[in-house]
Structure formats: structure tokens, C-alpha cells
Design a protein. Structure first.
Length: 524
């Protein structure tokens, strides 16, 4: 089971629970927005083609509403009365409506997250100090306070610059609340290597070239002590007392506590950096997934963003489920999983066939349904074409005579970028529309234009008008790239895209692939 879902995670959680009411997921990690009124964007290699920086898609904005939460609060009353009473009390005192809205929105999702877990399952909630105290009570009421395991503090980065001089102690850590569904949850006690200072201070003995330390014998039974002696692990003091020999080469290392200072936030130059502002380091998710799941287990992230949880679960040979309300996130995750195989195209189709993507059109019938039935909806037809299927960026300044619906860029050189404009039509079109689009391309100084419509709308005059514009700089690239490309939705669904120099495409940032297990070549 490797599935990506586009949509509100609450709807998807309810569906999953209805299908598998006994619970079927081994580990769930979520890193939801923190009610911080900031935008959670995928960052693009921007190009100033509309006059200001609003060309960047605001795809990950906080969506907590001060009105819609009331419906969810009423729903909570029917499923967890204690939780409802807690949230209702907050609503009646001097806690901001925004905070109550956020907590209600999170509470009902956390409730259904628990319902989808196996009895041996674990839940990790990544949050910050502004909401963690409220969220802990929410989780106590849902999971039971006896199933609280840790409040992990993750030190993201050292304190530097303005963060160190503001009128408060610098905020350089996050909270991760760790709960299990029951006492017998999966647990693989994690260790990290001893640091050199500890080794030099504790492992001070040497026997036949093996470094060791001597521990107190403790409360071991006579039989255990006898077994240790047979293994050569009993140290006899001159006084007649005995100690237990601990060899360094047999030590598991230092048990990891609830204060994590050894994993730093991703810096702007890191290989795995994608430009997503709340992206978490892979090492952080590796620790969580290894501790609370085994190979072959099912890991889920219901706010999966740029897909770090999915990426790490894949590398660690776990099955996975990813959910996000942004179709841009779904596209980014799919591209991230395919990135290691860009130079081995024979595997791409097999990989795509192994990923089940729910909530997006899969065929021409569902594409036409989307075009006809989502006027004003969250996922518009043109956004799906531009951002999911063609890998571009939608023009957020939509208007009746906007001239183009989206764009992408590619690098002509290390410094210079070229613009490709995209126009998407879902209704009747004719050659006049193509001519108008060509005028926009010329006025915007774009080098290529892609005109998208359904196949039965394409006419010979449209194709002729496109041909008349010729090709983009074919001498430089040694290949023909038509300046005006008419693409049908049907062909796009079959895998066709805009013809541009792919090796220099820069619209989306990508992370470098680093495999820790070279033998694990097959993704699925």
C-alpha cells in the first residue's frame, strides 16, 4: 500500500476508518501548520513575469476558519464529550477564537487518526510551544493520559542573530508529542554512538586490544554471574569484589532521551532542501520511523507537505500513505519519489503504476467532469493541468483577460532563465484564442507558449497558426522546440508534456538524491 491522497485529511480519515474500523496503520506522524498566520508555500525559482512577487503560488496557507470550526465542534460533541467540554470552555474564556478554531480543527482530526491506528500503533504530533500545551490536553483526552510517552524537544538550530537579541529567550526548538494507542506498541529502543569525550572518560581499560569499562555487578543472579564469567566478562578486584566488563565494540551506544540536540534544521544549502519553509530533516523522521515501526509496516502522514515522511518511509522499506490538501504537494511528492530514476526512464512507468493517487483525475472522463463541475472550487481544472500535469505554476492574478493561466521557467544558462507561458481552455476554442495567446507571449517576452484544450476542440487553422511561429533557438539546443505548442488533455494524460530543454528546467526546486543503501534500488 503506497497511496497519495489529495484532499482534506478529515474526509480521508473518515473514509479510511469506515473501511477499516479495527485500525490498520502502524505509525502516524503529522507536522500540521501551527496557527501562525503565515503562508506555507512551495517556493519556486521565481521569475518576475507579472510585475511583483505574487507570482509565487500561495499553496500552503493556514486554513483555520473562525466560523467553520463550529460545525466540527458540534460533531466532537457526539463522539467525545470530554473533548467537547474542554474546547467549549476554551471558547467561553479569554482564549482567542483563532486558537479555539485551530484546536477544534486539529482535535477532530487527531480523534480519527487514533481510530485508524492499530492497537500496537504510535502517533507523533509535531508542534511548537504556542500550541503544544493545549494540544497535549487534546491528545490526553483522545488517547488517555496513560498512553502519553514523551514530549520530545527538538533543538532545530543554534541561536544566532536577531533570534538571540529579541525581548525573550530565543525560540530554537519544537515540541513533538508522542502517544501510543496502547501499552504494547511497537518500540525499537533507539541509540546513538557515544561521543569521543564520553568514551575517553569511561572506557579506560584495555584487554587484548579491546577497550572496555567496568560496571557494578548490580542485582544479577548467581547463574547470570556464572555465565558472565564463562564469557570472560567478570572483573576481579584485588579486594575480592567483582565488576562487570562492558566492551566498547559490543555497546549499543547512548540511549536517546527526550531532548534531541544532535539533528539540526536543514540549512538553505543542504542537498535535501526543496525550498518548502517547514521542511523537516530526513534524519529526524528516520529516528521516529525506526523507533516506532518495523520493515514492511505502514507509515502515514496526513499533512505530508513536501513528503519527507513518505521519502524516508520509502527508503526504510515501509509502506506509506500521504495526504495533503494541496495538489502542488502531491505533485512535489510524486516528483521527489521519481527523482532518483530520472536517468533510468524504463523504471518510471513501473514506479508510477505502483503509486496510487486518489482525488485527482485519472482519465479523460474524470478530467471532463472536473472541467465542468468545479467552477470556483479548490481544485480548478486549469490548476490541475498546469501544476499537477505540466509541473508549472498557476497565475494567481486570474481575470477575464489575463492572457495566460500559468508558466514555468527553464535555464538558458547558469544565470539566464527563459519563460514558458501556459493557457488552458476547458470549453469551446478557435483560432482566435490561439492568436490572442500568441500576442500575450510576444508582449511578455516568453520564448514558448503551451495552449491546452481537449482533443476534439483542436482545428487545422489552430495548428497552422501555431506552426507559423516557428521554433525556439534550435541552433543552440540542437533540437526543435516549437514556439507555440498545442497540447490536448488526452495526450497530457498519456504522459506528453511541453517540449523544452528538460535538463535545465528550474520552476521547481529539487533535492539531490543520496541513498544510504545502494542495493535498495527498487522503490516499490
Amino acid at each position: 500500500m503506497n497511496k497519495l491522497f489529495f484532499g482534506d485529511c478529515l474526509d480521508i480519515l473518515k473514509t479510511l476508518h469506515a473501511q477499516r474500523p479495527e485500525g490498520f496503520i502502524d505509525l502516524i506522524y503529522i507536522d500540521p501548520p501551527y496557527n501562525s498566520k503565515r503562508d506555507y508555500n512551495i517556493l519556486f525559482e521565481s521569475h518576475d513575469i507579472i510585475g511583483d512577487d505574487t507570482a509565487q503560488k500561495q499553496a500552503f496557507a493556514d486554513t483555520w476558519s473562525n466560523v467553520s470550526y463550529l460545525d466540527e465542534l458540534n460533531e466532537i460533541q457526539n463522539i467525545n464529550l470530554d473533548l467537547y467540554q474542554f474546547l467549549k470552555n476554551l471558547d467561553n474564556i479569554r482564549v482567542s477564537k483563532s486558537a479555539v478554531s485551530y484546536l477544534t480543527t486539529m482535535a477532530i482530526r487527531i480523534y480519527y487518526i487514533r481510530r485508524t491506528l492499530k492497537d500496537t500503533g504510535s502517533f507523533y504530533l509535531h508542534c511548537d510551544s504556542r500550541m503544544s500545551h493545549y494540544l497535549k490536553i487534546v491528545c490526553d483526552l483522545i488517547y488517555g493520559e496513560n498512553n502519553f510517552r514523551n514530549e520530545i524537544r527538538w533543538k532545530r538550530q543554534p541561536v544566532r542573530g536577531a533570534k538571540a537579541t529579541s525581548h525573550q529567550f530565543a525560540r530554537n526548538s519544537d515540541n513533538i508529542l508522542f502517544y501510543t494507542k496502547a501499552e504494547n506498541a511497537i518500540w525499537n529502543n533507539p541509540y546513538k554512538p557515544y561521543d569521543e569525550k564520553y568514551i575517553k572518560s569511561k572506557f579506560t581499560h584495555n584487554k587484548d586490544g579491546r577497550i572496555y569499562r567496568i560496571d557494578n555487578i548490580g542485582d544479577y543472579s548467581k547463574k547470570s554471574i556464572s555465565d558472565f564469567r564463562k564469557q570472560g566478562k567478570i572483573y576481579d578486584y584485588p579486594s575480592g569484589k567483582i565488576g562487570l566488563i562492558r566492551y566498547l565494540d559490543e555497546a549499543k551506544g547512548e540511549a536517546i532521551g527526550d531532548m534531541w540536540t544532535d539533528i539540526l534544521e536543514i540549512n538553505s544549502q543542504a542537498d535535501e532542501r526543496l525550498g518548502y519553509p517547514t521542511q523537516k530533516p530526513k534524519e529526524l523522521l528516520e529516528r521516529i520511523i525506526k523507533a516506532s515501526s518495523n520493515e514492511g509496516d505502514l507509515v502515514a502522514d496526513f499533512f505530508c507537505g513536501c513528503g519527507t515522511t513518505i521519502d524516508v518511509a520509502q527508503e526504510l522499506n515501509r509502506q506509506w500513505i500521504g495526504v495533503d490538501i494541496s495538489h502542488l504537494a502531491i505533485r512535489l511528492i510524486k516528483d521527489r519519489l521519481l527523482a532518483p530514476y530520472k536517468k533510468n526512464k524504463s523504471k518510471i512507468k513501473d514506479i508510477l503504476d505502483s503509486i496510487e493517487i486518489r482525488g485527482l483525475p485519472k482519465d479523460i472522463g474524470s478530467a471532463k467532469e472536473l472541467a465542468e463541475s468545479t467552477e470556483g472550487g479548490r481544485l480548478e481544472f486549469q490548476d490541475w493541468i498546469i501544476e499537477v500535469m505540466l509541473g508549472g505554476v498557476s497565475n494567481i492574478k486570474k481575470s477575464a483577460d489575463g492572457g495566460y493561466d500559468g508558466y514555468l521557467t527553464f535555464g538558458k544558462s547558469e544565470k539566464d532563465k527563459e519563460i514558458v507561458l501556459i493557457e488552458v481552455k476547458s470549453g469551446n476554442v478557435n483560432v482566435k484564442n490561439v492568436r490572442e495567446f500568441i500576442h500575450v507571449i510576444d508582449s511578455r517576452k516568453a520564448v514558448i507558449g503551451a495552449f491546452v484544450c481537449f482533443k476534439d476542440q483542436i482545428t487545422k487553422p489552430m495548428e497552422h497558426e501555431a506552426k507559423m511561429k516557428g521554433y525556439y533557438d534550435q541552433k543552440t539546443w540542437g533540437q526543435n522546440y516549437p514556439k507555440i505548442q498545442i497540447l490536448s488533455v488526452e495526450d497530457i494524460l498519456e504522459g506528453d508534456g511541453i517540449l523544452i530543454p528538460e535538463s535545465t528546467k528550474t520552476t521547481f526546486k529539487t533535492a539531490k538524491f543520496r541513498s544510504k543503501k545502494p542495493s535498495q534500488e527498487k522503490l516499490f
